[in-house]
Design a protein around this ligand. Sequence first.
Ligand code: HEC
Length: 433
Amino acid sequence: MRIVALMLIVALGACRTEPGPNEPTYYGQVRPILAARCAACHSDGGIAPFALTSYEAVYARRTEIRRALDRRTMPPWPPAPDCNEYANDRALKPDERDLLAAWLSAGAPAGDPADEASPVEGGGGDRQSFDLVLAMPESYTPRLSPDDYRCFLIDWPERTPTYVTGLSITPGQTSIVHHVIVYLAQPEHAAEYAALDAADPGPGYTCFGGPVGTRGGGLGGWVPGSLGHAYPDGTGIAVRPGTKVVLQVHYNTPAVSAKPDRTAVSFSRASTVLREAVFLPWSDPAWLEPGGMPIPAGAKQVVHTFAADPTLYFAATGVPLPFAAGEPVRIHGVAHHQHVLGTRGRIALRRAQGAEECLLSIPQWDFHWQGEYFLTTPTVALPGDQLGLECQWDNSAENQPVVDGVRQPPRDVEWGDGTTDEMCVAFFYVTGV
Ligand code: HEC
């Protein structure tokens, strides 16, 4: 009897380490999935707290991985699946999820290392083409607390007109760099920006909410969760010789002490593109007026909405555009931005005939996982269409930020750049048709 029991245990044990013929193994099927879906963050120096690039590391975390898969918290991917499809979707496909679940249920067997094709690499897939790296001229230690918004000027080094076709940002200090937005100071405004820089002692200048000078468009941004990306094929944003790149860095230092930061941006470039693009913000101008976007203290559900004809709205921004007012606009990319009280966001295009096209829906807004989403199939907005933006907030007592271990009392909140103010902004990466 005892011997039978022992044999059974041995047999079960053998089952665990030597997978059956149809059982997935780490070196067989699991490793490529983790490399494609996890390693961009979970590798040495990545933004995740641990690497998932070796069998030992993955095996040691198998219980946590199971939990993260069950709760669908990893990989972080906030857009609702029933709204639209994105070229840069990093969510697990259903068959990948099933395979990982089956592998974990089988005891996470290693399989044969000989199946290993090539070493797992971290970082974004096409990162090697980001070959122009521009860093802040010198490092800066934030002085204002809890929020220091600082703009740094970097000379664009190209001598001929160039298109930026992708961008990736490397924050110097991930613990304090809250967001980075890359603006362009056009050559005719460069002196105006240099004067702002010269008037403020130390590297860069204080720039609460924007680069202060005459706006010249932007190149995109970095927030926790962004990995950097190439823009859609055949498109790029024009940058002329003599332009200054303005890095607006928001340092947030409520809990951690300030450290010297030197953030860098890497660009991919092309000398020509099929269609010139621009990155443009979208919000109701009335929200920026005093009292224009009230979020009263204690209110559990506050919603603000705005809609306008995009073929007219973009022309009114003052940014030089590659298309004229009233002409159709092709929308390739979309992003959504609120602050910490935000709970939900939605961006949709309502056709003049009444049909609605959902562009981005974030059913559970999480400030830490913002991103830019590129539509698998770009859509064309026509004159008469209405592009709508909707934001919801929870300003009740239980949804307040915790500072130094103390939950803050609710207060009346309005539009503003500080992390305790709120915003409701969409960003669109658009071209002509
Ligand atoms: C875009 C970056 C990113 C990707 C992609 C990503 N992770 Fe994470 N992961 C993080 C960060 C950052 C944390 C730390 C906790 C946090 O901030 O949510 C984390 C935490 C975890 C944890 C700890 C428990 C938890 O849920 O917080 C597990 C387990 C995990 N990740 C597994 C995975 C797996 C498996 C994949 C791929 C299928 C993956 N992650 C993809 C960024 C990422």
